[in-house]
Design a protein around this ligand. Structure first.
Ligand code: HEM
Length: 520
């Protein structure tokens, strides 16, 4: 009798508990996120509101940028991409999200090197400002344009011209060559001319090897940024080995460059460590470990991005001979009506070519369509929240503090209300006379991001790109390699930082002079 009573009560206890647990799960797992969460009014797929793993899956499977862009087409300029995450594609919000400097999300926290943080990985605003101040002048436009720096960059371009002179008529994998070039510039910048190892001295041997090591190292980006707790479980040993070799390569140059601290040549190491002691007696932000981490970060951030931009400039110009010819004509005009000889290895002069309108249109259009960082750039809504002012699809609402807000350049650069036929690479859109249209397009062009955390190396990157393009197209025409399947082997990857997916972009260079001789 007693046993029966206990058993009956036991069953009813289990039944009641199960009902409460199921009701709890249904409410917090389904009803709350879909109907009562403060982000419930923001449109998006149901699965995104229910779990953060869906957008993580899209990221991991290299589809996120396209997927989020498709969501904008369906749901409008704000979409809920996770239970606590929204993406905005409306340049009116750039000021609030990036310029007014919202905190970065934890996405960036693992970009530490040698166990030490750097400017990029610093999450808190105050720490970031202190860190960035140390090298901001070093990367300023006036310093990049100074003769001391220009001599260095022109020297790197001369090395490029030498390689092209030796290799012409054979397909060259320009992704590697431009990565070598940008690596040369940024290591020269970081360590100084006496202490850096030149990747351009052996571009397809040692240069290629180190570029590929960085390529492998960065392949762990998803686990580093989005699921760091699984990193040790899933990232293969080969990636750790490559990372170690990148660290050693930089450490070697860094240690040698310490001898140059206090010398007159300005290098990044010299700037970070040779600076004056603060007048208020405050300890400088950079000790040797942190300076080494900073160098690693600038070198990693500064070479593949520049190489990607240049690779797609060459790809598009090779695909569009008529556009290429207009660029060549503009350059020839700026050279007094002449093309240059391939045996002349002198770089163009930056002050002469910096403002060439058609070349700038080609570069801007490539930065728009192939932004080397097209991905999320996540920030956190401040404690007071952020007001969504309302749009056709989504009423005014408060996005609560702590929500992850992303504004992927991939979509901002493809806003159809600003760019007609947005997926089409068309430099002519930047040659328009319509000033209002141009203003709107420039407002929507954010390949280097915006605000205090925007790219610190922008002036250097733009200078390298313009000197490269102007120097090469004053001497060469380019074409695609016959028979190479660019669609499947050189397509633009879908990641936070993107590049030709398999590291290949073969381009053939022909001398303009020889072509003209053959024609006459
Ligand atoms: C075409 C070439 C480049 C592109 C498209 C590019 C793009 C960007 C973007 C979009 C960001 C912001 C990322 C975010 O907030 O998630 C960034 C940050 C950064 N970039 Fe670049 N970059 C380029 C070249 C370089 C170069 C040459 C350097 C060398 C110094 C560099 C160093 C950095 C650093 C240190 C940051 C972090 C700045 C901070 O947090 O204050 N980048 N870059």
């Amino acid at each position: 009798m007693l046993q029966e009573l206990v058993s009956e009560n036991w069953h009813s206890l289990i039944r009641t508990t199960s009902i409460i647990v199921a009701a709890f799960l249904i409410f917090y797992g389904l009803i709350y996120p879909l109907l009562f969460h403060p982000l419930a009014k923001i449109p998006g797929p149901t699965i995104c509101a229910l779990t953060g793993y869906w957008i993580l899956y899209k990221s991991w499977s290299e589809q996120r940028n396209h997927y989020v862009d498709d969501l904008h087409k369906r749901y409008g300029s704000i979409v809920r991409v996770g239970p606590n995450e929204v993406d905005i594609s409306d340049s009116d919000y750039l000021k609030e999200v990036y310029v007014q400097d919202m905190d970065k999300s934890n996405f960036y926290a693992q970009f530490i090197n040698y166990g030490s943080h750097n400017t990029f990985s610093t999450i808190d605003k105050a720490g970031h400002i202190e860190s960035r101040k140390a090298s901001a002048k070093f990367y300023s436009k006036s310093h990049v344009c100074s003769e001391d720096v220009q001599v260095k960059i022109r020297g790197v371009i001369s090395k490029v011209l030498k390689v092209l002179e030796e290799q012409k008529y054979k397909p060259i994998n320009v992704f590697i060559l431009w990565a070598d070039m940008a690596m040369d510039a940024i290591t020269l910048f970081s360590f100084g001319s006496k202490y850096y190892i030149s990747s351009m001295d052996d571009p397809f041997g040692a240069g290629r090897k180190i570029v590929l090591e960085f390529f492998v190292q960065s392949s762990s980006w998803f686990w580093t940024t989005q699921l760091p707790r699984f990193y040790d479980w899933v990232v293969p040993q080969a990636v750790d080995d490559a990372t170690q070799r990148c660290c050693d390569w930089i450490e070697n140059q860094f240690n040698r460059s310490l001898d140059g601290v206090g010398e007159s040549e300005q290098s990044l190491v010299n700037t970070l460590l040779g600076g004056k002691v603060h007048s208020n007696g405050k300890k400088p932000v950079f000790d040797k470990q942190r300076a080494k981490s900073e160098c690693f970060d600038h070198i990693a951030a500064g070479h593949a991005t520049t190489a990607t931009t240049l690779s797609y400039i060459y790809f598009e110009l090779a695909r569009h001979p008529e556009v290429q010819q207009r660029l060549i004509d503009e350059l020839s005009q700026s050279n007094g009506g002449k093309h240059l000889s391939v045996h002349n290895l002198e770089s163009q002069d930056y002050s002469r070519i910096e403002e060439l309108p058609f070349m700038n249109a080609v570069i801007d259009e490539t930065l728009r369509v192939y932004a080397a960082i097209p991905g999320q750039e996540p920030r956190l809504a401040p404690n007071t929240g952020m007001v969504w002012k309302g749009s056709k699809e989504t009423p005014k609402c408060l996005i609560p503090g702590g929500t992850i807000i992303t504004m992927q350049p991939w979509s901002v650069h493809r806003d159809p209300t600003v760019f007609t036929d947005p997926n089409n690479w068309n430099p002519d859109r930047w040659m328009s006379d319509n000033q209002e249209q141009l203003k709107a397009m420039h407002k929507n062009l954010i390949p280097f991001s915006a605000g205090t955390r925007m790219c610190i190396g922008m002036n250097l990157a733009i200078c390298e790109i313009k000197l490269n393009v102007s120097s090469v197209f004053s001497r060469y025409t380019v074409r695609l390699e016959e028979g190479f399947d660019y669609d499947s082997k050189a397509f633009f990857s879908d990641m936070y930082t993107s590049f030709p997916r398999f590291g290949q972009m073969p381009i053939v260079f022909d001398s303009i002079e020889t072509k003209q001789e053959l024609m006459s």
